[in-house]
Design a protein around this ligand. Structure first.
Ligand code: LLP
Length: 412
């Protein structure tokens, strides 16, 4: 559910006309709906109410400070994967003790930054990283709380680029060697193993792979107890999918109930790291048709948004629903919707049926709230888009459109 709807054929973001926003702020333009963010967070978080849990929103999905602040105000913790994301989460007012830090390549200065802030735990992805955290914590006279990210070798049945919990992926430690890692962790002076972690992939549309991974982790938990280690946290990562087209992902309550059934006698606090399911359908990207052109095989809509603004179609072949900002009732035509970038891979949709659109008209790409702006770049020296948050009838600029001067500011 989201709050981008048509009224008399005109697209609205909550109470505000998208045409007016595009006229005031220009295009390409990201528009987020505060009510949708709140609703998604509430729906997700309450799905686990039967369990002792902490929902740590995955910052990488949409890291705009206003978004983080909105979620922090609702009690969200955060999952970060870099010093930059940690900086953002703290700036947004997220208490450090609600922050978990994942990622395969944490550098010493990032580890130091996290220890100084006092985060809840590091999700450790290699033995080398474990030793580095021990060393940095020792230098600071601190004890680092950690969990080992266990790679359970489960196929999440999703796009290969976003599947992370199989043996061939770079993430975590394989489950066979993880026990040894905990033994080492228990012996290190400046490390306190407090949890187990896994994240098997993203855009999962079925809960079975999550449950398969959970079952493997619960067996592993028994081995930890036999070894005399009492942990407190079970971090199950993120990954719940959304509907971009006609996918029918499970509702969070289905996942919540399945977890509650399996964990009723397990005294662990569950940590969840949802990103897409909170942010994905809370944002759209609006773009204007600069030109149209046709050749004997194709009709092209050349728009002012491009792969630098929304890379998902180019990178993963992802589908984003597209519709006119003002419905025009014209007959449908098949288009390739392409950007101005000098690459054939610069497209937002291919072979897409849309009511005929003309130069100067605007279209909206839906489900662009997650992994949209956060994956944007300045390729072709294109300033990154403006981001707005609409809350009822109030519009806030969450990030100004970049200027040419911004683009060269760090070049000496
Ligand atoms: N936790 C960890 C450790 C992760 O690596 C991720 C996503 C998440 C949580 C959040 O997963 P989510 O709930 O959003 O599925 N750029 C890709 C998605 C990459 C996901 C990377 N990791 C896309 O546009 O589809």
């Amino acid at each position: 559910m989201h709050h981008f709807d048509y009224r008399d054929g005109k697209l609205f973001a909550e109470e505000v006309s998208v045409t007016e926003l595009a006229e005031t702020y220009g295009t390409p333009l990201y528009i987020y709906s505060a009510a949708t963010f709140r609703r998604h967070f509430e729906a997700f978080d309450s799905a686990f109410k039967g369990l002792d849990h902490l929902t740590c929103y995955s910052v990488k999905a949409n890291s705009n400070l206003s978004v983080l602040k909105l979620l922090a105000d609702m009690g969200a913790g955060m999952d970060v994967v870099s010093g930059g994301e940690l900086f953002r989460a703290l700036k947004a007012g997220v208490p450090a003790e609600k922050i978990v830090y994942s990622g395969v390549g944490k550098r010493a200065e990032e580890i130091r930054q996290a220890l100084e802030a006092g985060i809840l735990m590091f999700n450790v992805e290699s033995l080398a990283e474990l030793h580095k955290i021990d060393e940095v914590a020792g230098e600071l006279g601190k004890t680092a709380r950690i969990s080992i990210r266990i790679n359970p070798d489960v196929d999440p049945q999703t796009h290969p680029y976003i599947s992370t919990g199989m043996k061939k992926n770079k993430f975590g430690l394989d489950i066979e060697h993880s026990l040894e890692a905990y033994k080492i962790a228990m012996e290190l002076d400046n490390i306190e193993p407090v949890g187990m972690d896994c994240h098997i992939g993203s855009q999962l549309t079925n809960i079975d792979p999550f449950l398969e991974a959970l079952d493997k982790l619960l067996k592993f938990y028994e081995k930890l107890k036999e070894m005399g280690l009492e942990i407190k946290y079970l971090d199950l990562g993120g990954g719940l999918g959304i509907s971009y087209d006609d996918e029918q992902p499970p509702h969070p309550t289905e996942f919540g109930e399945a977890l509650a059934a399996r964990l009723k006698d397990v005294p662990l606090k569950v940590i969840l790291e949802p990103g897409r399911v909170i942010a994905g359908n809370a944002g759209i990207m609006v773009t204007e048709v600069v030109y149209t052109k046709s050749n004997p095989t194709k009709n092209f809509l050349i728009v002012d948004g491009a792969m630098n603004d929304l890379i998902r179609p180019s990178l993963y072949g992802s589908y984003h629903r597209i519709a006119e900002v003002e419905q025009n009732g014209r007959d449908a035509k098949e288009y390739d919707v392409v950007g101005p970038i000098c690459e054939s891979g610069d497209f937002l949709a291919r072979d897409r049926e849309l009511p005929a659109v003309e130069q100067g008209e605007r279209i909206a790409l839906f489900s662009a709230g997650a992994y949209g702006f956060t994956m944007a770049s300045n390729y072709n020296t294109r300033p990154r888009a403006c981001e707005l948050i609409v809350d009822g009838d109030t519009v806030s600029v969450a990030r100004k459109r970049e200027t040419y001067e911004d683009l060269i500011a760090n070049e000496l």
